[in-house]
Design a binder for this molecule. Structure first.
Ligand code: SAH
Length: 234
């Protein structure tokens, strides 16, 4: 698969695109591309472009669009994952990278009763997600919601909503999901300390399904990546 470059919509004018300086530097200084060479660019909002370089300087590239497609590499259904903030930023970023690769369309960084970490750096998270988008050939950057209280997330209306709980006797997430065939799924995963009983009750009262990922207690980010894996069937 060809390397994709990222240029948000503001970089496009008519049928020309000016790559962001970091992307241009990589193309010119590392890959030694120049005028006349072809590249593949995505705008992160569904656009996929084959372009030809018309101007190249050390940190500036202007290229002409010669082919455009919409929604290449994108799933047809929506999969949103809410993962509570974790003590380790690295582990959270690992989840974000995998979520993009697997086809998640939105992420909610959640604040819950047992969430110890309260800080979240959206700019850094966004960078990880853009890198994953370029690498895996998707064209729509998943929506990264601002940090959200679980309570608020529980009131979100979509086709199927699951709270992953290690102690539930409810059926396995995959079986349930296959039966429901939802167009938009929202799945929430607790922090290291799990969900509180109050939170579990609130979810049940709001009509959420409880779902299990088997007998073993998984790390939160492992559970979240397993849930994100539903995206590959689409
Ligand atoms: N409450 C536990 C562990 C929490 S694990 C404790 O403190 O010992 C963190 C989160 O991962 C959980 O809140 C749940 O959402 C998810 N999770 C982990 N293992 C799971 C399993 N086997 N089934 C479903 N969800 C699981």
């Amino acid at each position: 698969m060809t390397t994709q470059y990222f240029a948000p919509p503001a970089c496009f004018e008519g049928n020309h695109v000016t790559l962001p300086p970091e992307e241009a530097r990589h193309v010119v200084q590392v890959l030694r591309h120049g005028v006349g060479d072809e590249l593949v660019v995505t705008d992160g909002v569904g656009g996929w472009f084959r372009v030809v370089i018309r101007f190249a300087k050390k940190d500036k590239i202007i290229a002409e669009v010669i082919e455009k497609q919409i929604g290449k590499g994108e799933p047809s259904r929506q999969l949103s994952i809410g993962l509570a903030l974790l003590k380790s930023t690295d582990r959270y970023e690992w989840f974000l990278e995998k979520a993009v690769e697997l086809g998640v369309t939105a992420v909610y960084p959640l604040l819950t009763h047992h969430t110890e970490m309260r800080r979240f750096k959206p700019e850094r998270a966004q960078k990880v997600m853009i890198a994953a988008l370029k690498q895996c050939g998707r064209t729509r950057l998943p929506l990264l919601h601002p940090t959200t209280e679980l309570q608020k997330c529980l009131s979100t209306e979509v086709d199927a909503r699951f709270l992953l709980h290690e102690k539930t006797t409810e059926p396995n997430l995959f079986e349930r999901w296959q039966v429901l065939k939802p167009h938009h799924t929202l799945i929430v995963v607790g922090p290291e300390g799990g969900f509180s009983e109050v939170e579990v009750r609130a979810a049940l009262e709001a009509g959420w399904h409880m779902a299990s990922l088997g007998r073993r207690r998984l790390r939160a980010e492992t559970a979240a990546v397993m849930a994100a894996g539903l995206g590959i069937w689409d």
